[in-house]
Design a protein around this ligand. Structure first.
Ligand code: CA
Length: 341
């Protein structure tokens, strides 16, 4: 017997037309014993057809998703689609308001809280509503991310390498339809409980993204994000007419960081000095950066050497670094058809 969510909503998922509403999450605070945290949700439906479920603001310091989906929610008209588009532009609403990766209320990372439980604190309670009430409605799931405050990244659509080959092929097809510069196959090196992992396990065609970072936020990354969402909605036969900018640009390059050693973590704390930039070709054993010890200036900096070769896909964007924090990600180009590395 599944546990019912204490979250309520004023939108009717079965109704045709466009509805702006909220998910009302129970909250008890110092300023109000009885209160609701209102998470905006938009539902656009035009008869029977597939359902796309689009998320932004899973992390509160990543604004490409909120901007893209707030624009789309206002712009998209029911007559332009067949089926349904459900948008949650600011999934971790308290974190977006604070501009922080994690929720300021309970300190939880939304993208580690899945599948969640109705008895969890606010973040897990929202995750549970998504798992139990929203994901079952969806054929296509898009969770828009970027590197946020801490990582510069090449703009990509991403996914895990799945055991289920037909699902993987369909997801790659959707990813190619996006027309991002890269399709990034990643592995989890910092915990489980991700929204995309949960959607993938439910068999949904699931796309994540890494659209640059807080410092790269701008016209280019927002363009790749919003054109891509339109392109994929058209690929899914939800957006009836092809988007005016759809299909333009070069085909995506498929890259993978499939080994633990592709993710370089800081061996010590210090000031990170990058010596290579995003997109650079890296050879095995190359020094891609240095960590300066702020307490022992006479000490030579710690050299960060790669254990793998490939493209520098991501690097830390904040100089001050604590031991164990990710400094760089190296990817290799894989066959876009078979996705064999
Ligand atoms: Ca993220």
């Amino acid at each position: 017997m599944p546990h019912a969510s204490p979250i309520t909503t004023d939108v009717d998922f079965a109704r045709d037309g466009k509805q702006f509403g909220h998910l009302a999450v129970p909250q008890s605070t110092n300023s109000a014993g009885w209160a609701k945290c209102l998470v905006p949700i938009t539902v656009i439906r035009n008869g029977d057809g597939p359902t796309a479920l689009l998320f932004g603001g899973n992390h509160g310091d990543e604004f490409e998703g909120p901007v893209t989906l707030l624009n789309l929610a206002r712009r998209l008209r029911p007559e332009q689609i067949r089926g349904r588009v459900i948008m949650v532009p600011m999934l971790n609403r308290p974190a977006i308001a604070a501009g922080t990766r994690l929720s300021p209320i309970d300190g939880v990372n939304m993208n580690r809280a899945f599948p969640g439980h109705p008895g969890d604190t606010i973040t897990g309670m929202i995750a549970h509503y998504v798992s139990s009430n929203l994901l079952p409605l969806a054929d296509l799931v898009i969770d828009i991310h970027s590197g946020g405050s801490s990582m510069h990244m090449l703009p990509s659509v991403n996914m895990h390498r799945l055991e289920n080959q037909p699902q993987m092929e369909r997801m790659l097809e959707a990813a190619h339809a996006w027309r991002a510069p890269y399709i990034f196959l990643y592995r989890d090196v910092a915990g489980a409980g991700l929204l995309p992992s949960h959607a993938e396990q439910m068999g949904k065609v699931t796309l994540g993204t890494e659209m640059g970072s807080k410092a790269q936020f701008g016209v280019e990354t927002l363009g790749i994000t919003s054109r891509g969402v339109d392109n994929v909605l058209h690929w899914a036969e939800i957006l009836v007419e092809p988007p005016p900018t759809g299909g333009s640009g070069a085909a995506s390059q498929v890259v993978e960081a499939g080994d633990e050693s592709d993710y370089l973590m800081a061996p010590t704390s210090g000031i990170f000095e990058p010596l290579q930039e995003l997109g650079d070709q890296i050879v095995r054993g190359q020094v891609i950066g240095r960590l300066h010890d702020i307490e022992r200036p006479q000490q030579p900096p710690e050299e960060i050497r790669t254990e793998s070769a490939g493209i520098l896909f991501a690097r830390r964007s904040v100089p001050l670094t604590a031991q164990g924090e990710c400094l760089a990600v190296i990817t290799r180009v894989v066959d876009p058809v078979s996705t064999k590395s």
